[in-house]
Design a protein around this ligand. Structure first.
Ligand code: UT7
Length: 341
C-alpha cells in the first residue's frame, strides 16, 4: 500500500489543573440556605467547593490550567485550543481565542465547545478529529467553569452542588497502539429533555420575545431528580459501549474517571457497570464539588499528581450533562506529567 499515510491518533502528552483558592464549606452555605452539612454530604458526597474571586472569569481559570498543562507537556507548538465550558466570558465571541492569545498562541485555531458537563468529552472527540484530519498536530483542550457566576445564591438545589475550577490536557498526533492514545470517544444527546438543565434567559429564545426576563431566569436551573435518573442510565450505557468498543470488560478497568456530578450517581454507575468500590473509582467531589466541564480533566490531573492514576492503568472516562448530552472513552494511561495549582 505504498503512498498510504496512517491516520494519526490523538495521544495525551500532559495535564494541568487550577482551582481558585477560596474554599466554601457546607457550613458556610448553611448560614444563608435552608440546608445542612449532613444533607449535602449524604445526598451528594460534597463537603466543600471552590469559588472564584470577584472579577475572575472562566477565561482566567482556563489560562491558569492551560499554562500548567503546556508546561507539563514540555511546551512546543499548539495548533488548536478547544475550550469546553458552560460559563463563557461573554455570549459572543467565544472565550477560547482570547485564552489562546493570553497563552502566547495567537494564530492557533481556537473555539468553544458547549455541551455543559459533557463538554470535555465532546472536546476530546473534537481534538481527536482535528488531529485525525491533519488540521492540528497538537491540541490544548481545556474544561473551565465559573458556575458561581450563574448559580442563584438562594437556590439550595443547585448552589450546594457546583464549584469553580479548570482542567487542561495537551494532545498530540501519535499511533493508536501507544499508551495515552484516546478512544474511540462515544457521544450522544437527547434534546427532547433540554429543559432539565437550563439557563432560560439570555439567548435568542428569550431575547426574540422582546420582553425582559425575570431575574431568576438568568440563573442555572436543574430538575435534580430527573437529571439524576438520566445521568445514571446514560452514563452507564455509554461507558459500557466504550468498554465494548475497546474490548475491555468492567473487571479489567483499573481506574474510572467519571464526571463528578454527585457521589451517589458515580456509585450507582459503578455498581451497574461492575466496578467495585475502592481505588478504581477515582473521586475528588468531596473537596471540589461538581465542576461541570472541568470535572474530568481536574480529576485526572489531581489523580496523577497524587499517584492514584499511574502509567499502564486501563482508564475509563465518562460524563453526562445538560442537553442532554453524554460521552465516554478509554485510555491506557501514559507516563505523562501533570501539574496542579
Ligand atoms: O452535572 C451533571 C448534571 N447534574 C447532575 O447530574 C446532578 C443530578 N441530581 C442530583 O445530584 C440530585 O438530584 C440533587 C443533589 C440535586 C438532589 O438530590 P435528591 O436526592 O435527588 O433530592 P430530591 O431532588 O429528590 O429532593 C428531595 C428533597 C426535596 O424536599 P421534599 O420535596 O422531599 O420536601 C428537596 O426540596 O430534598 C430537598 N432538597 C434539599 N434539602 C436540603 C433539595 N436540595 C436540598 C438541600 N438541602 N440543599
Amino acid at each position: 500500500m505504498t503512498g498510504d499515510r496512517y491516520t494519526p491518533t490523538c495521544v495525551i502528552s500532559g495535564l494541568g489543573a487550577w482551582l481558585p483558592p477560596r474554599v466554601v464549606t457546607n457550613d458556610e452555605l448553611t448560614a444563608h440556605l435552608d440546608t445542612s452539612d449532613s444533607w449535602i454530604r449524604e445526598r451528594t458526597g460534597i463537603a466543600a467547593r471552590r469559588r472564584s474571586a470577584p472579577g475572575v472569569s472562566t477565561g482566567d481559570l482556563a489560562v491558569a490550567a492551560g499554562e500548567l498543562a503546556l508546561k507539563a507537556a514540555g511546551g512546543g507548538p499548539v495548533d488548536a485550543v478547544v475550550l469546553g465550558t458552560t460559563t463563557p466570558d461573554r455570549l459572543c465571541p467565544g472565550t477560547a481565542p482570547e485564552v489562546a492569545s493570553r497563552l502566547g498562541l495567537t494564530g492557533a485555531a481556537a473555539f468553544d465547545v458547549s455541551a455543559v458537563c459533557t463538554s470535555f468529552l465532546y472536546g476530546l472527540a473534537t481534538a481527536a478529529g482535528l488531529i485525525a484530519t491533519g488540521t492540528a498536530e497538537s491540541v490544548l483542550l481545556i474544561g473551565a467553569e465559573t458556575y458561581s457566576t450563574i448559580l442563584d445564591p438562594d437556590d439550595r438545589t443547585t448552589s450546594v452542588i457546583f464549584g469553580d475550577g479548570a482542567g487542561a490536557m495537551v494532545l498530540r498526533a501519535g499511533r493508536p497502539m501507544e499508551p495515552g492514545a484516546v478512544g474511540p470517544v462515544l457521544l450522544g444527546s437527547d434534546g427532547s429533555q433540554s429543559d432539565l438543565i437550563q439557563i432560560p434567559a439570555g439567548g435568542s429564545r428569550q431575547r426574540s420575545t422582546g420582553a425582559a426576563a425575570p431575574r431568576q431566569d438568568h440563573y442555572f436551573r436543574m430538575n435534580g431528580s430527573d437529571t439524576y435518573r438520566n445521568a445514571v442510565l446514560r452514563t452507564t450505557a455509554v461507558a459500557q459501549a466504550a468498554l465494548e468498543r475497546r474490548g475491555w470488560s468492567p473487571d479489567q478497568v483499573d481506574r474510572f474517571a467519571a464526571h463528578q456530578a454527585n457521589a451517589r450517581i458515580v456509585d450507582a454507575v459503578c455498581d451497574r457497570l461492575g466496578i467495585p468500590p475502592g481505588e478504581q473509582r477515582l473521586s475528588n467531589i468531596e473537596r471540589v464539588g461538581n465542576t461541570a466541564a472541568a470535572s474530568v480533566p481536574l480529576l485526572l490531573a489531581e489523580s496523577v499528581v497524587e499517584g492514584r492514576l499511574r502509567p499502564g492503568d486501563r482508564t475509563l472516562l465518562a460524563a453526562f450533562g445538560g442537553g442532554l448530552t453524554w460521552g465516554a472513552t478509554t485510555v491506557l494511561w501514559p507516563d505523562v506529567p501533570a501539574l496542579t495549582g
